[in-house]
Write a protein that binds this ligand. Structure first.
Ligand code: TYM
Length: 333
């Protein structure tokens, strides 16, 4: 009897320094949970990272640390393929090909491009512009069914589907059309200082984001300073962005529903609530931080994992790339 093909999951994160609680709750926590049920492939998207200028030594350090941190979060290289994007050349190769099937107008409409171009006005390079075709290549190389990401990546996923659909229509079915896997809670964790903008590691105010490696006292301080409102009532409602965000974070790390949280804090002030959220996050991060210290001290193990991950990824990626090249009409080498 033919065994049914397990669904394939692909996702990636940039190793561009700090990894935040937003990255974790929006994406990484779900990656870990999906590993038992699906064929998972995860990557550090270091080719994407150079769209913003990097200092070489810091870039190397950030990539190693991000790899160790993801292992500490629970990415298991025995269950999943976990590799570094630049170690598999097929990503850059397919990205070039897909650039030729992506319209200037489509790329111009990407809100992330517009935001980043505004933020880095001195370096609006072509890579920043064509970044979504590289992201499409990442996903399509593995014929992914599902892509677990935060809400900010939704537009890039839609473009990926459009590119895949266009290629399939021009030749013959080649790429699987992937769906996003965006969590109900945690898909858009907001800044603790400005709850109308998303939590981001590039926030100039460090109190706006919690880093996964922030020490407990720093996490507590950031939550105690979090912006709320003047109502002094813990309830989930329109116009209460700061409180809604804290409730969302608390719900993600404790598994409690919004109703349970409202009940728990009935008649209690924001001081108690913020302390409880801070403590719950500290407890959630504690085992991750402990495991991180072990992984980062063992560079030989990290190297062994990412080399093996790249070999496994490459076998799948090269198969898709070969099909694509043949369909387009490139002469075989
Ligand atoms: P990156 O590195 O910016 O973010 C990694 C993941 O974290 C999610 N995320 C958030 N989720 C909730 N709240 C937030 N405040 C928050 N901030 C970030 C992101 O949605 C993302 O899922 N282009 C991607 C990396 C990438 C990729 C891919 C993803 C490259 N190739 C292929 C999926 C598939 C990026 O820069 O994510």
């Amino acid at each position: 009897m033919e065994t049914e093909r397990k669904k394939v999951i692909f996702s990636a994160i940039q190793p561009s320094g700090t990894i935040t609680l937003g990255n974790y709750l929006g994406a990484l926590k779900n990656w870990v949970a999906l590993q038992d049920e699906y064929d998972c492939i995860f990557s550090l998207a270091d080719l994407h990272t150079i769209t913003v200028r990097q200092d070489p030594a810091t870039f190397r350090k950030n990539t190693t640390e991000a790899y160790a941190l993801l292992l500490a979060c629970g990415i298991d290289p025995k269950k999943s393929i976990f590799f570094i994007q630049s170690h598999v050349p097929a990503h850059a190769q397919l990205a070039w090909v897909l650039n030729c099937y992506t319209q200037f107008g489509e790329l111009s409409r990407m809100t992330q491009f517009k935001d980043k171009a505004a933020k880095h006005a001195d370096n609006i390079n072509a890579g920043l512009f064509t970044y979504p075709s590289l992201m499409a290549a990442d996903i399509l190389l593995y014929q992914a069914d599902l892509v677990p990401v935060g809400a900010d990546q939704k537009q890039h996923l839609e473009l990926t589907r459009n590119i895949a659909d266009r290629f399939n229509a021009a030749y013959s079915p080649t790429f699987n059309l992937p769906d996003g896997y965006i969590p109900k809670h945690g898909a858009r964790i907001m800044s603790l200082q400005d709850p109308s903008s998303k939590m981001s590691k590039s926030d100039s105010n460090v109190n706006g984001f919690v880093a996964l490696l922030d020490p407990p006292e720093v996490v507590m301080r950031k939550f105690k300073r979090a912006v709320t409102d003047s109502e002094a009532c813990v309830r989930y409602a329109e116009g209460k962005d700061g409180v809604n965000n804290l409730m969302g974070i608390y719900s993600c790390v404790t598994g409690k529903t919004m109703e349970e949280i409202e009940h728990e804090f009935e008649g209690r002030g924001y001081g108690d609530f913020k302390t409880a959220v801070g403590e719950a996050v500290v407890e959630h991060l504690r085992p991750i931080q402990e495991k991180y210290a072990q992984y980062i001290a063992d560079k030989a193990y990290l190297e062994e994992c990412y080399r093996e991950g790249a070999q496994r990824a490459e076998r799948i990626a090269n198969r898709t790339l070969a099909k694509v090249m043949k369909k387009i009409g490139f002469l075989p080498a």
